[in-house]
Write a protein that binds this ligand. Structure first.
Ligand SMILES: Nc1ncnc2c1ncn2[C@@H]1O[C@H](COP(=O)(O)OP(=O)(O)OP(=O)(O)O)[C@@H](O)[C@H]1O
Length: 582
């Protein structure tokens, strides 16, 4: 019925919940008073003893009840608003903090679209949970007991029968709950899956258009949307059916009470006014629980959403205390060691197999091998985005696992082929590299990547970059990303295919910058193009997740093994392509 953890986490909402139950209870009592006056009035009309005084009394009771109920409803709404907004804003705050703490690691356990959905729609679901469902639950217990006490003064028999019929509603709710839980989990699964597909198709729309695959993918999405429509309809049907069952029990129970009270009146056990009063009030035994039943499905949705939210909040963070070993870390020599590292993305499969190597401080290392051999995985292990299944990745003498994400990101900058530039000015994007960078430093960084002139022509540092840097060429985009990385001024730079898919001029410029950086920093270059790695201090040649050759370009060429074979075949291919082009 309740999500225990959700209630525990939001204990401070208890005040509002008690307030809401109280306002509803006062409304109920005023309603009881009104029904009593109405019953009395009908009695006097029937007996023909209706007086002006009674008319005034009826009118005044009406006005008082309307005022009390109006006031209580207003207070209830305010408290409901307070309770739900507090929950929503706190949940969003903790989720945001959690995502910040997790960094990029959240993607291992949850898709981005799922995070977006649970932090928007998922959190919204909890509004009704706290604002309506929880207080209604307690009120639904209090209301029948209150009415039972009042009616028992007139007829204990009728009061007991009415009270005993009330639990039939929760019994029906529990029966539905078993079925609903499964269905709602399935509903959420399909819903987040659809969101995932939608986001991916939208992001890859240009590619889909280029390959004219948009229609096929649109059809696939239609199929998923149809699945979602069907499960939504099933959820709605289940909700409507269960509400009908609850109506039947509520009004059936009230009817039983009314019939019984008439029988009691006929046998002289209760007065006409009491009989009328019970007739008017009987449905109120059941209506609060019936209303609870209609909130129940929303609450179940809230429970399912809460499970997902807590799954995110419970993800382990492994945030190391940055200060604890600060002194030790100050002396870190930024050499990187792989000590018998084995890693696989999935159980039973390894991508990196028992690898050991050292990247000395301020050296220039190239990592080469055919596609899929594990080069980028090595980069992700150095960044601690992935953790070895066996062995250790060390930075200086420190296991990378013992270092905080913040520390690693300060020491190492990874530049990928698909570097992300944000919508905003060139300055905004460069400032991400270093908060403290002066304009002169930014201009100097642009000069280093040979982009100063182009950017100055387009408005300088205040030039606007549009969404996904659509107003820049691939090469310009990559060079701005490089300027940002230069400003970051870290000890280690990993260039992960940083020159893929860009023009030759940009590639050459970027390689020049990499070679200059390599004189003062530790540089790791991952590249398909072996012509780019000839200047490296050491080349690590990978094949099937293993390092099979190590040495300088010249050493490896002399050995005439795998690297030699890769290099010469690539050279021949490039020569042939050039000849064809000419
Ligand atoms: N997130 C992931 N989940 C599961 N498998 C992955 C993941 N990333 C990579 N792989 C698999 O791990 C293997 C190594 O991938 P990796 O990206 O390290 O290769 P690579 O040498 O960098 O390739 P390329 O040169 O094409 O970029 C591949 O078989 C790939 O399919």
């Amino acid at each position: 019925m309740f999500h225990k953890r959700l209630l525990q986490e939001f204990k401070d909402n208890q005040k509002q919940v008690v307030g809401m139950v109280l306002t509803q209870w006062i409304s109920l009592l005023s309603n009881v008073a009104l029904m009593f006056v109405i019953a009395n009035t009908i009695n006097t009309i029937v007996k023909d003893t209706f007086t002006t005084k009674q008319m005034v009394q009826l009118f005044l009771t009406f006005v008082a009840v309307i005022l009390i109920r109006g006031g209580m409803t207003k207070m209830n709404d305010t408290m409901s608003y307070l309770a739900s907004t507090k929950v929503k804003s706190r949940l969003r705050e903790v989720m945001n903090q959690k995502l910040m703490d997790l960094g990029t690691r959240y993607r291992k356990s949850m898709a981005t679209s799922e995070i977006v959905q649970i932090s928007t729609e998922g959190v919204e679901q909890l509004e009704i949970y706290f604002g309506r469902y929880v207080p209604q639950f307690f009120y639904s217990l209090l209301a029948p007991i209150t009415l039972f006490v009042i009616v028992s003064f007139m007829s204990i028999k009728v009061a007991l029968v009415l009270l005993l019929c009330v639990p039939l509603i929760p019994v029906s709710i529990i029966a539905v709950q078993k079925f609903a839980k499964k269905m709602l989990n399935k509903y959420w699964g399909i819903y987040t899956g659809l969101g995932d597909t939608f986001l991916e198709n939208l992001q890859g729309l240009t590619t889909l258009k280029i390959y004219q695959a948009d229609e096929r993918y649109a059809k696939k999405m239609d199929e998923e949307a149809e699945k979602f429509r069907k499960i939504t309809m099933r959820v709605l049907i289940m909700q409507l059916n269960s509400i009908s069952v609850m109506d039947l029990i509520a009004y059936g129970g009230a009817a039983v009470g009314i019939i019984l009270s008439i029988l009691e009146y006929r046998s002289g056990q209760i007065t006409f006014v009491q009989c009328l009063f019970i007739m008017l009030i009987a449905a109120d035994f059941f209506l609060p629980l019936r209303l609870l039943g209609s909130f129940f499905h929303i609450a179940m949705n809230g429970n399912a959403a809460a499970n997902k939210i807590f799954a995110l909040l419970d993800m382990p963070v492994d945030k190391n205390d940055f200060n604890e070993q600060d002194g030790k870390r100050q002396d870190l020599k930024a050499n990187i060691k792989f000590n018998k590292v084995t890693f696989g993305y999935e159980e039973g499969q390894t991508v990196i197999n028992d690898i050991s190597f050292v990247i000395p401080k301020n050296s220039y290392t190239a990592l080469v091998g055919t596609s899929g051999c594990g080069k980028s995985t090595i980069a992700s292990l150095i960044m601690n985005d992935n953790r070895p299944n066996e062995g250790h990745v060390l930075m200086g003498d420190c296991d990378i696992n013992d270092l905080s994400e913040e520390f690693i990101h300060n020491k190492i900058t990874r530049i990928r082929h698909d570097s992300y530039l944000f919508k905003g000015t060139v300055e905004d994007n460069l400032r991400m590299g270093s908060e403290q960078a002066t304009k002169d430093e930014m201009l100097h960084a642009l000069e280093q990547v040979d982009l100063l002139e182009t950017i100055m022509e387009k408005g300088g540092l205040s030039m606007e970059i549009t969404e996904k840097a659509a107003n820049l060429s691939g090469g310009q985009k990559q060079r701005i990303a490089l300027a940002r990385a230069i400003l970051h001024d870290s000890e280690v730079y990993i260039f992960d295919e940083a020159t893929s898919n860009i023009d030759v001029e940009s590639e050459n410029k970027i390689m020049e910058v990499i070679h200059t950086l390599a004189k003062t920093k530790t540089v790791i270059l991952i590249s398909h193009r072996l012509a780019n790695v000839v200047k490296a201090d050491q080349v690590l040649v990978m094949k099937n997740g293993k390092i099979i050759e190590t040495g300088t370009h010249e050493d490896l060429m002399r050995q005439q093994k795998y690297y030699h074979q890769l290099y010469t075949s690539q050279k021949e291919l490039e020569k042939y392509t050039e000849e064809v082009a000419n």
